[in-house]
Design a protein around this ligand. Structure first.
Ligand code: CTP
Ligand code: CA
Length: 222
């Protein structure tokens, strides 16, 4: 009901969002993953829909229901997530990458469960690097307006600004990982060409609503 009264700052815009962790199989019963509840990405998807956007949420495994009015595409691995994003990105005006994508995957997934052997050694897992979904999208010739996230355990300003430059993003949102993981409120810091803009500590849904406003006022007219 509250949403009904919110300004429709993203009316007519298509927003593509990644959220949650990715899950990289080791064998049929084990995975390599990242810690992410998906709450922040889902809150942004809900806020963008309430702001009038047509929202597609590409989500790794989470325990959350799809927000009202949002189209969700469920994926497991980083490569699945990249494929789902590539299928949608041409239609998107804005891409917000909130997912905690596993940086590595196991090179050869075992089709049978790895067994412990009495007195035996440890399994050797060879890793390879996953594609960087955000950097891939930001490098497209007709890229949407790209927003990245960086959850850092320390040196937030330095790491966040470096990440923004490396991935060539107009806007990057930073937070301190220990503060945000699984929590219901968060402190976001926005980094763009104009510098650094911290938001106050807010419940994730309110922080998401503020962020959507900040994204909307940075979009080229269209
Ligand atoms: N990201 C992505 N694909 C990846 C890795 C990251 O799309 N394979 C996105 C995340 O969704 C986030 C941003 O890139 O928006 C930054 O992710 P982060 O893990 O903080 O950065 P990395 O470049 O992976 O660097 P590192 O983990 O070493 O800090
Ligand atoms: Ca990473």
């Amino acid at each position: 009901m509250l949403a009904f009264f919110q300004p429709k700052v993203l009316a007519g815009r298509r927003v593509l969002i990644t959220a949650g962790p990715t899950s990289e199989p080791i064998d049929p019963v084990r995975v390599l993953t990242n810690l992410s509840s998906g709450k922040m990405g889902y809150a942004i998807a809900r806020a963008a829909a309430q702001a009038g956007a047509d929202v597609c949420l590409v989500s790794g495994p989470t325990a959350l229901p799809a927000p009202y009015g949002v189209t969700r595409v469920n994926v497991q691995s980083a490569r699945d997530m990249l494929r789902a994003v590539e299928a949608e990105v041409a239609r998107a005006d804005v891409f917000v990458a909130v997912a905690a994508v596993a940086d590595w995957r196991v090179k050869t997934t075992s089709t049978s469960k790895l067994k412990k052997v009495e007195g035996g050694g440890l399994p050797r897992l060879e890793l390879e690097t996953n594609p960087d979904i955000l950097a891939t999208v930001a490098a497209l010739p007709d890229a949407p307006y790209c927003v990245g996230f960086a959850a850092e355990s320390e040196n937030l300003d330095e790491y966040a600004e470096n990440k923004r430059r490396r991935k060539k993003l107009p806007l990057l949102v930073g937070n301190i990982a220990q503060d945000a993981l699984g929590a219901d409120d968060t402190v976001l810091v926005l980094y763009d060409d104009a510098g650094r803009q911290p938001l106050p500590r807010l419940p994730k849904q309110e922080a998401a609503r503020r962020l959507v406003g900040e994204i909307a006022r940075r979009l080229p007219l269209g």
